[in-house]
Write a protein that binds this ligand. Structure first.
Ligand SMILES: Nc1ncnc2c1ncn2[C@@H]1O[C@H](COP(=O)(O)OP(=O)(O)OP(=O)(O)O)[C@@H](O)[C@H]1O
Ligand SMILES: [Mg+2]
Length: 254
């Protein structure tokens, strides 16, 4: 008998309404229910403004649902914690710290050891060793996102929450970052919830794709990726990739 592991993260009838200017209520997410199992990479795909960032912030504990719940390992998420690492949509390396200091900061120690094995390892994994003593403002956008990724990964989070981390990058750099992410997921086996509005990226990187409607975001459908592991960029040339791409393109809400 196959043993199905219990979910790491559960959205249970989760809805979110924001109140603007004290009176105007905006329904952002409606009745979202889905689970993520340990080791899964799940993409949240949907149009701009449908509540993807809000859903991710609720998983991180930075925002509370208006109704319904978010469970992490079966317990209600009440606030941020280190096992749930988040990389935000915009660049988020601290400008006043060097690359090495930024990465070490992720350890959460008051006086982090700057040359510990972990720091050196993540600088190397993300290709930043050469720039360890540089400040973020002297780096490219892709490099700054690598700093953010290294700073988040250094604590070996069980759940990695990524909010369009490559959205602002040019196509080539984005592909390099996708490769890096595929490698990190393979190496660490961490569970990932990945927000994107890129159909290609969603298929290439994830095991399952949760497609959201226009705001208020509801789940339109959940797709299983037919691609084998490990993921490689060449897979976008396969008929399986193309078939799912065409299908998602035809149902992507405009
Ligand atoms: N703190 C907040 N207070 C009030 N309204 C908010 C807040 N955060 C988000 N919203 C509103 O919620 C809606 C969804 O925002 P969200 O950032 O979750 O969308 P998104 O799907 O991530 O969009 P994008 O793809 O453009 O990043 C928007 O209408 C936004 O104005
Ligand atoms: Mg967003």
């Amino acid at each position: 008998m196959e043993i199905i592991p219990s979910p790491l993260l559960d959205f249970v009838h989760t809805s979110k309404t924001f109140v603007h200017e004290r009176t105007r209520a905006i329904d952002v997410l409606k009745d979202i229910s889905f689970s993520i199992r340990p080791g899964e990479v799940v993409s949240l795909l949907g149009p701009s403004g449908c509540g993807k960032t809000t859903l991710l912030r609720m998983a991180a504990g930075l925002e509370k649902p208006t109704t319904g719940t978010v469970l992490y390992q079966g317990n209600s998420v009440e606030g941020p914690e280190r096992h749930r690492g988040i990389v935000f949509q915009s660049y988020n390396a601290f400008p006043w710290l060097t690359v090495r200091e930024n990465v070490a900061f992720g350890l959460g120690d008051r006086e982090p050891s700057l040359d510990s094995e972990k720091v050196t390892n993540w600088l190397r994994q993300t290709g930043l060793a050469e720039f360890a003593d540089s400040y973020p403002k002297t780096l490219s956008g892709g490099m700054r996102q690598r700093v953010a990724l290294a700073r988040t990964m250094i604590v070996e989070p069980r759940l990695l929450l990524l909010d369009e981390p490559f959205g602002a990058l040019d196509e080539r750099t984005r592909q390099d970052m996708q490769l890096l992410l595929m490698k990190i997921v393979d190496d660490t086996g961490c569970t990932v919830l990945f927000v994107t509005h890129g159909i290609r990226e969603a298929i290439l990187l994830s095991h399952r794709i949760v497609l959201l409607s226009q705001r208020p975001g509801r789940i339109l459908d959940i797709f299983d990726s037919p691609l084998p592991q490990p993921r490689t960029p060449e897979l976008i040339k396969t008929p399986e990739f193309m078939a799912l791409y065409d299908r998602l393109l035809s149902v992507f809400p405009m």
